[in-house]
Design a protein around this ligand. Sequence first.
Ligand SMILES: CC(C)(COP(=O)(O)OP(=O)(O)OC[C@H]1O[C@@H](n2cnc3c(N)ncnc32)[C@H](O)[C@@H]1OP(=O)(O)O)[C@@H](O)C(=O)NCCC(=O)NCCS
Length: 134
Amino acid sequence: MDLVTTHVCMTRDIGVHGNLFGGVMMSWVDEAAAAHACLVCHTPNMVTVKVNEVIFKKKVRVGFLIKIYAEVVSIGRSSITLGIEARKGSVYSGEEEVVLSTLVTFVRLDEAGDPTPIPSPVLEKYKHLSKYNK
Ligand SMILES: CC(C)(COP(=O)(O)OP(=O)(O)OC[C@H]1O[C@@H](n2cnc3c(N)ncnc32)[C@H](O)[C@@H]1OP(=O)(O)O)[C@@H](O)C(=O)NCCC(=O)NCCS
């Protein structure tokens, strides 16, 4: 997986129970996933169409470093699905622990806002992950 973004959990990110608010984490996940989808597909015109089940496995407290990783798991004609992990990292040991994982699917849009094929060199590069082969 590729590291996409790193965040520090700040007091402004905390919900009423003293943990990182889930909506803040989901925003970080969607933004990192979108950035990675755009980089991988060589286009800024990617929109989120689906977020799979999201499980918050571990609590995140103020001061924790949260690193968001992404990898391509599936590709279609106009869509791409990324596996996403959010990990909390220790600045002392470098150890990381997964606190959230999910899959996020993006679709490439044309100027009219309709689905359009992902550039063919990208489809070629990831053809071993084609959803049409499954
Ligand atoms: C993305 C969008 C243009 C797709 O429109 P659509 O009419 O479903 O398009 P199509 O049926 O032609 O499907 C296009 C691709 O999206 C995929 N797709 C559509 N709905 C999907 C879903 N629920 N889950 C996974 N993939 C989906 C299709 O499988 C297809 O992939 P492929 O070309 O790789 O085979 C439309 O749903 C949309 O505009 N959604 C809003 C996006 C948005 O605003 N996101 C930000 C959220 S705040």
